[in-house]
Design a protein around this ligand. Structure first.
Ligand code: GLU
Length: 314
């Protein structure tokens, strides 16, 4: 069945919620900072925002969580807006085949990260968009952009998460210093990571996140606000990078199982895009071995199967 009918879709997401209920809590919650370690693993929420603005939700769709690496989609969008295709001189767009925080590949490739969604790449993007701003201004710009996309001013940076990220961020510090040693970062490491840690610490609900991603499902334009965020071609290209690189070393598996562009975060959220149809956000904190939400991936696989949504079919 292929369906875009809201009544059918609500029944589908209710059924996914009911089917997965006995498994809530599966996977391993990120525990590198206390704020993530103490999140109740049994949370589960999903929100689908259709191209016509209708919103379908189930479970904890309105509970805010740490979006973590999903923020990388929004900072990439800002960077492309500021620098256009020149962004790709600083960062590649190939799947990494490595862990999200790997340092090994960077050495082989002269400090140029494989893509903007692994940590090294996202840190490079933070460096790029920081140009001409103080870190505080840039964090404000990112937050304003996300609020604008979601059409919701009730979106905030969780300062405790940001502080903990900074206090425990040795690996990210190592990545940043390593890139700076190759001359690949323009700003001091603490400025760049100040931006990076704060963008990761933005808290949003599934409903807010699905609204924020709607421009990627609608050819670059948010049909609810009427604002063109990016060109049609750019939306397509951001989706392409999400499909190929959005799930770290599990990107191939996600494309195979779900068939939609998506970006995951270590907080257990996933933003997925069904072009022309809907923007979807799911949250279940338990992660699989690749660091992606275990049940979140499964829920999206079930949604894609039941709706027929896929970028691989007409
Ligand atoms: N703040 C996390 C880190 O940089 C983000 C990781 C993620 O969401 O994948 O380690």
């Amino acid at each position: 069945m292929r369906t875009d009918r809201p009544a059918d879709l609500q029944a589908i997401i209710d059924e996914i919620h009911a089917t997965l209920k006995s498994r809530f809590g599966e996977g391993k919650v990120a525990d590198y900072i206390p704020q993530l370690a103490r999140v109740d693993p049994k949370h589960f929420g999903m929100a689908v925002v259709m191209a016509d603005g209708r919103v379908l939700r189930c479970g904890d769709a309105d509970v805010a969580f740490s979006i973590q690496s999903i923020s990388k989609v929004f900072t990439l969008t800002i960077a492309l807006g500021k620098y256009g295709e020149n962004v790709w001189k600083r960062v590649g767009r190939e799947p990494s085949g490595s862990a999200f925080n790997s340092i090994v590949q960077l050495e082989h490739e002269g400090g140029i990260p494989r893509n903007p969604f692994i940590n090294a790449g996202a840190i490079t993007i933070s460096d790029l968009i920081l140009s001409g701003h103080t870190p505080k201004e840039e964090i404000g710009e990112i937050l304003r952009f996300v609020r604008h996309l979601a059409n919701d001013d009730d979106i905030h940076v969780d300062r405790d998460v940001a502080r903990s990220e900074a206090a425990t961020g040795n690996r990210n510090l190592a990545l940043a210093h390593f890139m700076r040693s190759f001359g690949r970062l323009d700003h001091p490491v603490d400025y760049v990571l100040g931006v990076y840690f704060h963008q990761c610490a933005i808290a949003m609900s599934c409903a807010q996140l699905a609204h924020a991603g709607l421009y990627l499902a609608c050819n670059g334009r948010n049909p609810l606000s009427g604002h063109t965020v990016v060109s049609e071609q750019r939306a397509r290209r951001i989706n392409a990078v999400m499909l190929t690189c959005g799930h770290y070393d599990g990107s191939g598996d996600f494309a195979y199982r779900v068939g939609l562009p998506g970006k995951s975060g270590v907080g257990g959220g996933i933003l997925a895009i069904a072009p022309g149809r809907a923007s979807i956000a799911v949250w279940s904190p338990g992660l699989n071995s690749n660091g992606n939400s275990a049940l979140g991936s499964l829920a999206l696989e079930m949604l894609a199967q039941r709706t027929g949504w896929s970028v691989f079919s007409g």
